[in-house]
Design a protein around this ligand. Structure first.
Ligand code: B12
Ligand code: SF4
Length: 529
C-alpha cells in the first residue's frame, strides 16, 4: 500500500512564524508499518498547488493526517480533498483525541485515532490492507468512525504501551530534504518520555497521555534507546540542536542526571547543542542540574514562567513555584550562557488589566531571551474548558483561534478584546523596545557567554528576528499599542516589588520550604519499581 503522511498548514500567528518543527507524530506512526510505501507532505515546508497535490493524492491508497486544535480545519480540508481523490483517510493527534466527535462525524474521515497512535495505526492499516488478521472494526481499540447506519461509534480506548522502547525508531528518513528550524537553528526533536505527573490547570498533556483508569501516566524510554535516537539524528542530519521535546524533560531528576552523564561521557555533545523544556521549581531545587545541563551543551531551555502573581500560580496548580524562584532560576541559567524561551500566560482568571501589565513588565525585567505571551487558553477536552464553558467564559467555538495567540475566552475581569490588546501590548513592549539591541550585544560578542549563537546568527536573524517582526506587523503589533500604564514602570510595579521581596523574605524568615513535589513522589515510586 502507498501511504501519504500529511502535516497540515502553518498558522498565521504565534510560534509558527519563528519555529518550523518536524512532525515527530507522523514519522513515529510511519515506523510501525515499514512494509508500506511512505512519503511525507508537510504543508509548512512543501510547496502546495492544489491541482498538483490532487494528482499526487491519486497515487496513494491512504492518507494519515495529524492535527493540533488550531490546525483542525486545515486537516479536515485536506482529508476532504484526499477522500475526493479516492484515498482512505485517517486523522490523529491532539484535537482528534481531545474532541473525537468533531472529527469523526465527517463522512470524509474514515478513521479517527484517539490517543497514542502507534499500535492503533498499525491495526488500522492492517485492516485496510485486505484485513489480513481478519478482525472486525469493533476490535480496533482507540478509533472512532461512522458505522453503516450513519452513527458515530467510539471504540474502546487504547491502553498505552507500557514500554516505550518497544516502539521502532521514528522514520527520520522521511524528513530528508526538509529544512526544520527553531528560531533559525536547524533543530530536530527527540522524545524521551510521555506524560506528566503534574496537573497544571491549563494543560492538555495529562488528558492525552493517560489510561482513563489511572490518574496520571508517565513513561520513559531507556537511556540506551535515547542515545540511539541521538546518534541516529546526528548521523543523518547533523543539526545545530537536538530538542528533547516532551513538555518536561526534567520530571525525574535522577533520570535526567543519568541522561546528561551519558551524553557527556559519549562526547556527542561536542557535535551539537541540546535544548529541552523544564520547570522552574525543579531547577530551583536542583541547581546542580543547571551546571550539568550546561556541561552537556544544553544552550536553550523552555520554561513555563506563567505569572508574577502568586494567586495565579496557585490557581494554576503551580503552588510550588514563586516569582522569586523564577527570578533565581532565570538568573542562574543566563549567568551560565543558557538562553531561555519563557512561556507567560496573560489574563488568568482573577488578573486585572493592571495585573497583566505587571506580568508583562516583570517578564521584561527578567530579560528572557525570548518569550511567548499566551492569552489564557482552555483547550477543548480539558476539565478547565468544561469549567470555563459552564461559567459562560468561552467566547468563540472557532478552533482557528485556539492558537495560543488569539483569545478564545474572557474572564470575569477581562473581555477577550481586552485580552487581545494586552497580548499585543506585551509583544510590543518586550520585543520592540530595545530587545534587539540587548540581544545583539550579547550574541555578537565573540568572547561572551552566548558566543555559541554566532554559528547560527544569520539564520537566527532571518527566521527568528525578521520572521517574528513581520508576524507582529501583520497582526498590527507596533509600539503604538503600548499603554501609558505600562510606560510608567515605577507606578505600575510599586506593589509588585513589595510582595516580591516579601515572598523571598518570608521564606527565609519563616524557613518555609516548598511542599514536596508530586514529581518527587513519582520519582520515589519509580525508583522502587
Ligand atoms: C514539539 C512541539 C511543537 C513544535 C513542533 C510541532 C510539530 N510539528 O510536531 C512547535 C514548536 C513548532 C509547536 C508549535 C505549536 N504547538 Co506544539 N507542541 C510540541 C510538543 C512539545 C511535542 C510534540 C511532539 O512531537 N510529541 C511527540 C509525538 C510523538 O507525539 P504526538 O505529536 O502527540 O503524536 C502521537 C499521537 O498524538 C498520535 N498522533 C498524532 N498525529 C497522528 C496522526 C495519525 C494519522 C495517527 C494515527 C496518530 C497520530 O500518535 C503519535 C504517536 O503516539 C507538544 C506537547 C507534547 N508533549 O506532545 C506541544 C503541543 C502539541 N503544541 C501545542 C500547541 C498549541 C502548539 C501551537 C498552536 C502553539 C503556537 N501558538 O505556536 C503551535 C502549532 C503549530 C502548528 N501549526 O503545527 C499544544 C497542542 C494543544 C492542542 N490541543 O492542540 C501542545 C500539546 C502543547 C501544550 N501543552 O499545550 N509545537
Ligand atoms: S508541567 Fe508542563 S506538561 Fe506537566 S501538567 Fe504542567 S504544563 Fe502540563
Amino acid at each position: 500500500m502507498k501511504i501519504l503522511y500529511i502535516n497540515p498548514a502553518r498558522l498565521q500567528s504565534g510560534m509558527d512564524a519563528v519555529i518550523t518543527g518536524a512532525p515527530l507524530s507522523l514519522i513515529s506512526i510511519a515506523a510501525m508499518v515499514p512494509e508500506h510505501d511512505a512519503k511525507l507532505f508537510d504543508f509548512k515546508i512543501d510547496k502546495f498547488h492544489e491541482k498538483k497535490f490532487r494528482s499526487e493524492l491519486n497515487r496513494y491508497d491512504a492518507v494519515a493526517i495529524t492535527s493540533m486544535t488550531p490546525q483542525v480545519y486545515s486537516a479536515l480540508e485536506i482529508a476532504k480533498m484526499a477522500k475526493e481523490q479516492g484515498c482512505t483517510t485517517i486523522l490523529g493527534g491532539y484535537h482528534p483525541t481531545l474532541v473525537p466527535e468533531f472529527v469523526a462525524k465527517r463522512d470524509y474521515v474514515d478513521f479517527t485515532v484517539r490517543g497514542e497512535g502507534e499500535h492503533t495505526f498499525k491495526e488500522v492499516i492492517d485492516y485496510i490492507d485486505d484485513n489480513k488478521n481478519n478482525v472486525s472494526i469493533k476490535q480496533i481499540d482507540g478509533i472512532s468512525y461512522i458505522d453503516k447506519d450513519g452513527k458515530v461509534i467510539h471504540n474502546n480506548e487504547r491502553q498505552l504501551e507500557h514500554n516505550l522502547d518497544n516502539f521502532p525508531m521514528p522514520r527520520r528518513d522521511l524528513l530528508k530534504g526538509k529544512l526544520y528550524t527553531y528560531l533559525g537553528t536547524t533543530t530536530r526533536q527527540v522524545e524521551t518520555s510521555r506524560g506528566c505527573p503534574h496537573n497544571c490547570k491549563f494543560c492538555c498533556i495529562i488528558k492525552m497521555w493517560r489510561n482513563s483508569n489511572q490518574p496520571t501516566t508517565y513513561r520513559t524510554k531507556s537511556i540506551s534507546r535515547i542515545m540511539r535516537e541521538v546518534y541516529d539524528v546526528n548521523e543523518r542530519e547533523k543539526p545545530d540542536f537536538i530538542f528533547f521535546c516532551e513538555d518536561n524533560f526534567t520530571i525525574n531528576v535522577k533520570r535526567t542526571n543519568k541522561i546528561l552523564d551519558t551524553i557527556i561521557r559519549s562526547g556527542i555533545h561536542s557535535k551539537m547543542h541540546f535544548s529541552c523544556q523544564s520547570r522552574v521549581d525543579t531547577l530551583y531545587r536542583n541547581p546542580d542540574l543547571i551546571e550539568k545541563l550546561y556541561k552537556a551543551n544544553f544552550r536553550q531551555v523552555f520554561l513555563g514562567i506563567e505569572s508574577v502573581h502568586q494567586q495565579s500560580l496557585d490557581a494554576m496548580n503551580k503552588r510550588n513555584t514563586t516569582p522569586a524562584m523564577v527570578k533565581q532560576v532565570v538568573k542562574s541559567l543566563r549567568d551560565k550562557g543558557i538562553s531561555i524561551f519563557g512561556g507567560v500566560i496573560l489574563g488568568f482568571p482573577g488578573e486585572t488589566q493592571r495585573m497583566v501589565r505587571q506580568n508583562i513588565q516583570n517578564t521584561i525585567d527578567l530579560d528572557l531571551d525570548c518569550v511567548q505571551f499566551t492569552p489564557i487558553t482552555a483547550f477543548p477536552g480539558t476539565d478547565f474548558y468544561d469549567e470555563m464553558k459552564e461559567k459562560g467564559m468561552i467566547t468563540t467555538n472557532n478552533y482557528k483561534f485556539y492558537d495560543l495567540f488569539h483569545p478564545m475566552m474572557r474572564t470575569p475581569q477581562l473581555t477577550s478584546k481586552e485580552m487581545y490588546r494586552l497580548v499585543a501590548e506585551g509583544y510590543a513592549a518586550f520585543y520592540l523596545k530595545g530587545w534587539l539591541i540587548r540581544r545583539a550585544k550579547e550574541y555578537l560578542n565573540p568572547f561572551g557567554k552566548f558566543n555559541w549563537m554566532l554559528s547560527c546568527l544569520g539564520r537566527l536573524v532571518k527566521q527568528g528576528v525578521l520572521g517574528g517582526l513581520s508576524m507582529f506587523y501583520s497582526q498590527g503589533i507596533t509600539t503604538k499599542v503600548i499603554s501609558d500604564e505600562l510606560k510608567n514602570k515605577e507606578e505600575l510595579m510599586k506593589d509588585i516589588n513589595i510582595s516580591f521581596q516579601k515572598t523571598a523574605a518570608e521564606k527565609s524568615q519563616n524557613g518555609i520550604e516548598p511542599k514536596p513535589l508530586k514529581s518527587e513522589k513519582v520519582e520515589a515510586i519509580m525508583e522502587k519499581t
